[in-house]
Design a binder for this molecule. Structure first.
Ligand code: E4P
Length: 217
């Protein structure tokens, strides 16, 4: 499973990248807003840092303008994946951009039917949003399972990029089902290292070590 980081915070990406934990990055307009940076400038900086795909999202609503924006974003670096929304116009833009050899990430996917259309339109990645489905009491993980089953039935190469990840359980559940990629905020990735028994075990070892009166080195 590939690990993408869901942020436009360059310092946070660098910290995880230095540990070899970053296979790619996803951004969206909300994350660009949060970064306070210019989209072109910050996306270029991320592309220079990370070898894998870096998703940058178009904001136009009609296909022609999405294609125009997508080409501008793709010109930033060879590892850009143009992110388009799962609308009819977004699917048209996906087809046009993927036919020209660009990586395309189709985002805001909330149903298996939408995921089928994205694969047919040549998407490199489909991004089902787990957390936002859970927010309205639907089952985001079940959607990942449905898409996995369908794509495997036909050997479709579009990669399932589990997005809108809010918890460590989302990541392990997506991994068990066989999502190709997860994209998660840096804090959720770092939370994967935490366990209450690890903390408790360390406290015990510290206490016992102090009683030995020894030092290493
Ligand atoms: C990534 O591609 C998505 O835009 C992102 O995961 C959405 O996450 P959110 O639902 O927490 O905003």
């Amino acid at each position: 499973m590939k690990f993408f980081v869901d942020t436009a915070d360059v310092a946070a990406i660098r910290e995880l990248n230095d540990l070899g934990m970053v296979d790619g990055v996803t951004t969206n307009p909300s994350l660009i807003l949060k970064s306070g940076r210019d989209i072109i400038e910050v996306t270029k900086e991320i592309c220079d840092l990370v070898e894998g795909p870096v998703s940058a999202e178009v904001v136009a609503k009609d296909a022609a303008d999405m294609i125009r924006e997508g080409k501008l974003l793709a010109a930033i670096a060879p590892n850009i994946a143009v992110k388009v929304p799962l609308t009819w116009d977004g699917l048209k833009a996906c087809k046009a951009l993927s036919s020209e050899g660009h990586m395309v990430n189709v985002t805001l996917c909330f149903s298996a039917a939408q995921a089928i259309l994205a694969a047919k339109a040549g998407a490199t990645f489909i991004s089902p949003f787990i957390g936002r489905l859970d927010d309205i009491n639907l089952d985001g993980i079940e959607l990942i399972a449905q898409i996995r089953e369908i794509y495997d039935n036909y050997d479709w190469s579009t990669e399932i990029l589990a997005a809108s990840i809010r918890s460590v359980n989302h990541i392990t559940d997506a991994a068990r089902i066989g999502a190709d990629v997860i994209t998660a905020p840096p804090a959720v990735i770092k939370a994967m290292a935490q366990h209450v028994l690890t903390d408790k075990g360390l406290q015990q070892f510290d206490a016992d070590w102090a009683k030995t009166g020894q030092k290493i080195g």
